[in-house]
Design a protein around this ligand. Structure first.
Ligand SMILES: Cc1ncc(COP(=O)(O)O)c(C=O)c1O
Length: 375
């Protein structure tokens, strides 16, 4: 069994030798290969493979959506402006600092398109979330991968040295997907201040709100201080609205203007989703409940994994990842045959299982399936 810190962090050139078929969206130079997820919606009793929130959307969001169906003949410009003003107040910035998108994926991709349209490179950690890097590469950019440190935090010194004359931006995912680990906020803040003097820094905070004190860990304050930092957030995770597709970007006014001069933020948004997002921002107690329930599932799962001899990377998110001993695809099939969907990865040629936090009943199904798959 591999333990924490025991994966070797190989340079990009040496990796990718797994037999597993990669998901088409993942970068083949990465030490991280996503093995094709086995989606079987009919068989799945516990859907723990896409980091969705099993508790959402909240009853208030559901009501706001159903009440707004009849508005579907109108564009949602007014609601978008209202949501932006609410988010600006929440984040302590001006409305001009916010751009909305149908999910943060849209904002990751649009940022990559605008900043890397003339080539150049993106600096980011490996393993990490790959949407922005993949888009940058698809349009002619390149990727400078900086391996995570032994504690799975970002190697900020390495990421500073990696910036060169062709670097168009640095991407940081904190907490990171798929490792679930964090990079300490104080040092990340110092890094962002220093590095953003050279290039824009994009901080993806999709899982931030699962942390005990999100407000102490966000980089959003750097935007109002004028640093060239972009912070992405999503309604897909703690708000439980993944299928409703809303996310937002907080950045300097100049940065938002330069992106929106090429691509539009609000035109991809449904009026029903906007109404739902407004209701969700007005319902912080649901978010606190989700944070609590997620933590309970995490603690239960961690305890059960340890009881079976598995060692996960301590998670600050709504998922956790741990090394497994058998080839990933066969393992995922054994789990799916029992109705449990999980995600498998090959990291530096070793197989890992990532499990999203579900309800307690789903986590019990996961534990039973894991026991039988590894018996
Ligand atoms: C780190 C990270 N960023 C962004 C996203 C994209 O989420 P969405 O497009 O639903 O906002 C995900 C989705 O899993 C993610 O894990």
């Amino acid at each position: 069994m591999l333990g924490i810190g025991s994966i070797s962090l190989l340079p990009g050139a040496l990796i990718g030798k797994t037999n597993a078929a990669p998901h088409q969206g993942w970068n083949k130079e990465s030490m991280l290969w996503e093995i094709n997820p086995l989606y079987n919606e009919i068989k799945m009793k516990a859907r723990l493979l896409a980091n969705e929130n099993p508790f959402g959307p909240s009853p208030k969001v559901q009501k706001a959506i159903s009440d707004s169906i009849s508005l579907g003949n109108r564009y949602g410009h007014g609601d978008a402006a209202y949501l932006i003003s609410m988010l600006a107040e929440k984040e302590g910035v001006k409305p001009e600092n916010i751009m909305l998108g149908p999910g943060s994926t849209d904002l990751l991709e649009k940022t990559a398109i605008v900043l890397c349209k003339d080539g150049g490179n993106v600096v980011s950690a490996d393993p990490s979330y790959m949407s922005l890097v993949n888009t940058a590469q698809a349009i002619g950019g390149s990727w400078k991968a900086v391996p995570l440190k032994d504690d799975y935090a970002h190697d900020l010194e390495g990421m500073q040295s990696a910036i060169d004359a062709d670097t168009k931006l640095v991407y940081v995912c904190n907490p990171n997907n798929p490792m679930g680990a964090i990079t300490e906020a104080g040092s990340l803040r110092e890094y962002c201040k220093k590095a953003s003097k050279k290039v824009p820094i994009f901080v993806d905070e999709a899982y931030l709100e699962f942390m005990d004190k999100p407000e102490d860990n966000t980089m959003v304050g750097l935007v109002s201080e004028g640093h060239d930092v972009m912070v992405a957030r999503t309604f897909s995770k703690i708000h439980g609205m993944a299928g409703l597709r809303i996310g937002y970007l907080v950045a300097t006014e100049e940065r938002i203007k330069s992106i929106t001069s090429m691509v539009r933020g609000t035109m991809g948004l449904c009026v029903t989703s906007l109404k739902g997002a407004i209701a969700s921002v007005q319902d912080p107690s649901f978010l606190s409940d989700c944070r609590k329930w997620n933590k309970e599932s995490r603690e239960f799962t961690s305890e059960q994994l340890h009881g079976m001899g598995f060692q996960e990377i301590p998670s600050y998110t709504s998922f956790m990842i741990f090394p497994i001993e058998e080839e990933g695809k066969g393992f995922a099939k054994k789990m799916m045959d029992q109705g449990v969907g999980i995600r498998v990865y090959s990291i530096a040629d070793s197989p890992w299982c990532r499990v999203s936090m579900g309800t307690m009943d789903e986590m019990k199904l996961f534990v039973d399936a894991l026991k039988s798959a590894t018996a």
